[in-house]
Design a protein around this ligand. Structure first.
Ligand code: FAD
Ligand code: FAD
Ligand code: FAD
Length: 329
């Protein structure tokens, strides 16, 4: 059932088997499997996540290569709802552990509405952290100019879109000296790379030399705006008025991990990623992590498989601790 301000009170006394933070590829896959294992789950989704900005899902078996992320989300949501999952639009602020007479559980505090917000608390036996991350983009005065191209031919994921950059004039947009190293992987797809620091990065002499050796120009003048039309970026205008022609671009500026709500819990991290076992269980036995937030490849196919694994591990736990069902005749 779709929950909202109006009907969520019905669920405040319910102990869900699982609350899933994030209704992207990983979270929705977990919800579909959990419901088919006869477990109850609630998906909380804030909106505007990574799969929402994915204009085309290029490499998912069985789906056309121009399938928008929005379509995947819509179908996944409908599928999970049709199986009896609960779905709530809201932002998870905190997850805390509680011990009650019924045993151990989690309290999940959700902010609903960006204005006149309310803060209901839902409870569950397990939590799946499926909240992903969001890519940092170049900061320009006019962000709309960046959004016009980001996710179209200004890419953020080499694994997803390297193929589309084959032998093209490509801008690589970096936010640190270390991320310039992306150029030496990207050159598998194209050697026609120009590196842009937007005037924000100190570049040492060794890196300058390496770029020179590869023939990759380094542009340190800040960017005025991206050029192009109809979401197709064709170059960059710098603040000195000069322009650089491009056919595609890759942003490699790192990402913000959506994990603030887990900060009070003692979990094992590797950088911004949660460490898990092969079934997506974190260092906490009742918290699982799937998709981009967990260590591994950031791909829809991986997130979907992770949802399958996490749901199955949780079902095993709950099933094994439940009394057997008997046919009393
Ligand atoms: P997401 O799909 O990002 O889902 C996480 C969800 O959690 C989000 O919807 C977010 O809104 C929500 N959330 C976060 N914090 C909270 C909170 N506190 N409370 C409630 N909700 C929260 N992958 C491919 O395999 N092929 C491609 O072609 C491809 N192209 C891409 C193109 C672009 C432009 C981008 C940005 C990504 C692309 N990806 C592609 C990567 C793909 O989108 C991710 O790997 C995938 O979405 C990961 O799934 P996920 O469930 O881990 O995260
Ligand atoms: P969030 O991190 O989502 O939220 C900020 C705060 O708002 C939260 O801490 C929470 O307190 C509150 N909040 C959020 N959701 C809820 C909710 N459902 N209920 C209650 N409170 C809530 N941005 C654009 O605007 N337009 C674009 O066209 C665009 N294109 C992009 C393309 C790509 C490829 C990428 C990677 C990013 C793009 N972005 C775009 C930017 C981007 O995704 C924003 O960072 C994202 O939209 C997050 O939105 P937000 O500012 O609401 O931040
Ligand atoms: P397969 O898809 O079996 O592919 C292996 C291929 O290798 C086969 O096509 C075979 O012909 C070929 N092959 C084998 N040996 C050789 C050889 N020596 N030379 C050349 N070719 C060879 N999974 C789900 O996720 N959801 C479901 O709802 C679901 N329902 C199912 C219903 C049925 C009736 C069956 C049989 C399976 C179902 N599955 C379902 C399981 C799913 O089909 C498998 O998990 C999945 O196909 C595994 O993929 P695979 O690539 O490993 O193997």
């Amino acid at each position: 059932m779709k929950l909202s301000r109006k009907n969520l009170n019905e669920r405040l006394n319910h102990l869900y088997d699982v609350i899933i933070v994030g209704g992207g590829a990983g979270g929705l896959s977990a919800a579909i499997y959990l419901q088919r294992y006869n477990l109850s789950c609630l998906v909380v989704e804030k909106g505007r996540g990574r799969s929402f900005w994915m204009q085309e899902l290029r490499n998912y078996l069985g789906l056309p290569a121009d399938t928008p992320g929005r379509e995947l989300l819509q179908r996944g949501q409908e599928h999970a709802l049709s199986l009896g999952a609960d779905y709530l639009r809201g932002y998870v602020e905190a997850v805390t552990e509680e011990t009650t007479e019924a045993g151990k559980s989690f309290a999940v505090r959700v902010k609903i509405g960006k204005t006149d917000s309310i803060y209901p608390v839902f409870r569950s036996k397990y939590v799946i952290a499926a909240s992903g991350l969001i890519d940092y983009l170049p900061r320009l005065d006019n962000m709309q100019n960046v959004y016009d191209y980001a996710g179209y031919n200004l890419h953020v994921c080499m694994i997803c879109d390297g193929y589309d950059m084959n032998d093209k004039l490509c801008g690589l947009f970096v936010g640190s000296e270390a991320s310039i190293n992306t150029a030496f992987v990207l050159n598998w797809f194209t050697p026609y790379i120009t590196v842009f620091t937007n005037g924000q990065v100190e570049v040492g002499s060794e890196m300058r030399q390496k770029l020179q050796d590869h023939g990759f120009p380094l542009v340190e003048t800040p960017i005025q705006q991206f050029l192009g039309e109809n979401h197709q970026m064709t170059g960059v205008e710098l603040v000195d008025g000069s322009t650089v022609k491009l056919e595609t671009g890759l942003v490699a500026m790192g990402s913000r991990y959506h994990s603030e709500y887990l900060k009070g819990l003692d979990l094992e991290w590797k950088g911004g990623n949660l460490v898990t076992d092969s079934m997506c269980r974190t260092s906490h036995p009742r918290i699982f992590a799937v998709g981009d937030l967990k260590e591994g490849l950031n791909q829809v196919s991986v997130a979907v498989a992770d949802g399958t694994l996490a749901a199955t591990a949780i079902w095993r736990d709950i099933r094994r601790s439940s009394p057997p069902r008997r046919w009393e005749q």
